[in-house]
Ligand binder design. Sequence first.
Ligand SMILES: [Zn+2]
Length: 502
Amino acid sequence: MGWLTDDERNQLAPAERALPRLPIPVQAVSSDEFMPMPQSPRQRALERRLKALGTELARHQGLTRRQFFRTASGMAAAFLAMNDTFGPVFGVSHAEAATPELAQARAQGLSGQFIMDMHTHFLRDDTRLQGFVRAREAVGKAGWNPMLVNKPQNIEDLKFANYMKEVFLDSDTKVACISGAPSEITEDWFLTNEMKAAARTRINDASGSRRAFSHAIFTPGYPGWMEQIDRAIEVLKPDSFKGYTIGDNTHKNLSKHPWRLDDEKLAYPAYEKFAKAGLVNVCIHKGLFPPSMAQRFPHLLPYCDVSDVARAAKDWPQLNFIIYHGGYRYAGAGRPEDAWQQFEQSGRIDWVTDLAEIPARAGVSNVYADVGQLFAQTTIAEPKLAAVMMGQLIAGLGADHVCWGTDAIWTGAPQWQIEALRRLEIPDELRRKHGFAPLGEADGPVKRAIFGENNARLYNFDARQRLALADDRLSQAKLAYEREGSLRTNLAYGFVAGRGST
Ligand SMILES: [Zn+2]
């Protein structure tokens, strides 16, 4: 079997037509509250600048704006517009946006970069979680194609077929971990643990290599949760476990089983099972709980910050605690402007700064940050905030403890996030004031570590496995997909899917 069934391929066509048409989102999207943030005045300014730049450059190149935005120059133009709006944070030149050959050469030169994204999602076929459709709509909203304005996104956008396309064909991602989230309502898990494991097998079998990893979700306090850990270890063989201390993040109003990482009675027996099975990476959803949310669910607040991380890490030196979203509080109905304001007033950002301080405070070296959503949400709204958070995490945890994750495909293909980190630099003034080290070149040591080396080390993804990706069936399919033309159409994808079958 190939990556997709005929049914899935057919579903993909309408999804492709409804894709957002700007190279980067111009509006923040919530990954778990489902309600898109209102555009800030500066984001409106960004959108205007981006559209104006796109119109001008597209005309020079004899393309429609829509076509232009799908090229490497279109992506460069997006970061140019960001610099114009927010101040110079991204390394990009006007020449790149104006000269397709230049932009294409740069994109081509970096396309082989090893990117291991351990935080990706899609939804089960029978999902009822329509909220994510609205999240994607918000990304496409204010898009420049009038035909798409107010055009509903399709729920198929959130499913396996489009996941394959956006993660593996529309981005430079080489390896991805299929994640998920639990819920008190069984049908509302993003994917069951069985589904995650099955999708991993399906992708890896079709590729002939190790492209996909999968999480199993563990749910302390839920009925039968310890038996489910045993079953997962024995049957599903996840690459790591992931837990939500908030209990039920999808339906916060129903959350009955929040827990703390340092709860010896409840959580430690689970860690014991993980350690015994050699599953040393424990992934924990944290943050995404802004003040507005705390007001609605005050009883969940103590479970969302990172105050329980240090002790658990100290008590379990044989495990790695990988804190998802870096504990960043202000996504999910929060406002990056508030985070920036907090930083300007206090030098701190809830709860990223707290996380970054754990190694020095507790004398541990087994705490890691995943940047999923933390990076996406701030890059487009307050790029300086993204830069500062990277600076703090690297200073506190070490560049070898900051791990790539994008929360794709909630905000579409992750390529814009990849490009953002490649181009991001902490402005001089902030570096001097706070003593941050530079992030450096797109393919320099710091960014290489974050994009892939750290995750590869954590998950024992060795050189031989990495080498095998270069000419596996997925690489061949991607080549064919790109040959079909720089304008990535659903036609091209249909061809690829056909070729993927073996
Ligand atoms: Zn996620």
